[in-house]
Write a protein that binds this ligand. Structure first.
Ligand SMILES: Cc1cc2nc3c(=O)[nH]c(=O)nc-3n(C[C@H](O)[C@H](O)[C@H](O)COP(=O)(O)OP(=O)(O)OC[C@H]3O[C@@H](n4cnc5c(N)ncnc54)[C@H](O)[C@@H]3O)c2cc1C
Length: 391
């Protein structure tokens, strides 16, 4: 892969709205991606392997629990810093950002928000440092967009719970030390359980053959009469709202992350268009390529403003799930369209691993599907504005 020459576009001087802390956090993540991700990520994506050596660096830049308080090992940052970290990581690779999102929003967040003090103390510092890696099991083979239909269940056996069922498409599952698993009790109510690797009857087979998020490990979670200690139940919240609360946090991070992928595609395409000579002039001097590039920067700028305002609302505790859905849907769609256009600007070179664009484009096919599909987020907006559920 070529040297990383990335220069971040900031067409509307958004930097002026950021605090010194925001910029410090963002720049540290940006430097880390240039140094530790860009030189290796193409190779790991090609061989479909998660680069485990980056875990320590992710912890150091505050990507594991950016908004979790420092006394639990988190970085104690605000929501805009969290978003900026996700943006920078996804500028490198959506798979790496997925690993950080899962760890922060889908594993640390539920333990922090719904766990007991003992669970917080036991797990959060180790998750923040990367000593423990976690995964989040909601989706099942027959229940994706409709997780409320899940069949994974647990029964009260007096001194323990007995867990049975299976989860599919679980990021980080093949190497996770713990899993936050959503399952129904005997009354059919959804609860979260902390499952540890090594529990008898618990296995995590890897899913192979993905064309997308190849540098992120994905797998199953299988529970065959797993005995779960009662102290591993997340007691603070139950019902579908509990996992959906985690998804709100992760989807917010994705709304920022997708901007990173789009910025990288735009920046690469702009540089290439200025350098590539055809018909005796740079292709950047042609109207057709200018149209692509001008539309890209316009869409990126709109997405940046959407994410920034959402971050302000989130900092004030006022961001609604529907607002988060709108930003996730819009920004991922924006990024995938930019990746497709940017790839064309590079002609044949666009399909190679010399440049990051094709990898971003394939990664974004997962990002537009997970954490609520493009369709489902539209239906959430539809429900919010009409009052009618059309799922
Ligand atoms: C790489 C990757 C990583 C993932 N990581 C995780 C993870 O860590 N943890 C986890 O729990 N899950 C994870 N997922 C699962 C992901 O969240 C689901 O794939 C997603 O929710 C969609 O579910 P599904 O694939 O079963 O598709 P389905 O729900 O079967 O949907 C198929 C199609 O039908 C559409 N559709 C569904 N219902 C309706 C409706 N009512 N009206 C109109 N259209 C509809 C959808 O939009 C979609 O286009 C991951 C997925 C991928 C691909």
């Amino acid at each position: 892969m070529r040297p990383d020459l990335f220069e971040a576009p900031d067409y509307y001087n958004l930097d002026e709205l950021l605090s010194e802390e925001h910029k410090l956090v963002r720049d540290a993540a940006r430097q880390w991606v240039k140094r530790d991700i860009s030189p290796i990520i193409e190779e790991y994506a090609q061989k479909a392997e998660f680069p485990k050596q980056i875990v320590k660096g992710l912890a150091e830049i505050g990507a594991f629990g950016p908004y979790i308080p420092e006394n639990y090992g988190g970085a104690g940052l605000d929501q805009i810093s969290y978003g900026l970290i996700m943006q920078e990581i996804e500028r490198g690779d959506s798979g790496v950002r997925s690993t950080a999102s899962v760890q922060s929003s889908l594993v640390m967040y539920p333990i922090f928000a719904y766990g007991t003090e003992e669970q917080r103390v036991k797990y959060l510092p180790k998750l923040a440092s990367g000593e423990f890696m976690g995964c989040f099991g909601l989706t099942e083979p027959d229940h994706g967009s409709n997780p409320g239909g899940m069949v994974t269940n647990f029964k009260d056996k007096g001194d323990h719970y007995l867990l049975n069922g299976a989860k599919l498409w679980i990021s980080n599952s093949p190497f996770a030390d713990i899993a936050i698993v959503w399952a129904k009790n005997e009354e059919g109510r959804i609860h979260g359980l902390i499952i540890e690797r090594g529990m008898e009857g618990f296995s995590t087979p890897e899913t192979h053959g993905k064309w997308s998020l190849r540098a992120s490990a994905t797998g199953e979670l299988i529970f065959d009469n797993v005995k779960v200690p009662k102290e591993n139940l997340l007691v603070g919240k139950s019902g579908l709202g509990a996992p959906l609360g985690c998804l709100d946090s992760a989807r917010y991070g994705i709304a920022w992350g997708a901007i990173g992928a789009a910025m990288d595609c735009y920046d690469t395409a702009l540089r290439y268009a200025k350098e590539r000579i055809q018909f005796g002039k740079p292709i950047a001097a042609t109207q057709l390529q200018q149209k692509k590039l001008a539309e890209m920067i316009t869409e990126i700028t709109k997405a940046q403003l959407l994410a920034f305002r959402l971050g302000q609302l989130k900092n004030e505790g006022r961001a609604t799930s529907a607002q988060i859905s709108m930003a996730k849907r819009n920004n991922v769609d924006m990024a995938i369209k930019i990746a497709r256009e940017a790839r064309q600007v590079l002609g044949g070179m666009g399909i190679t691993g010399e440049y990051s664009i094709m990898r971003h484009m394939m990664n974004l096919e997962s990002v537009i599907t997970y954490e609520g599909t493009h369709d489902i987020h539209l239906l959430i907006t539809g429900l919010d504005i009409t009052g009618h559920a059309a799922f």
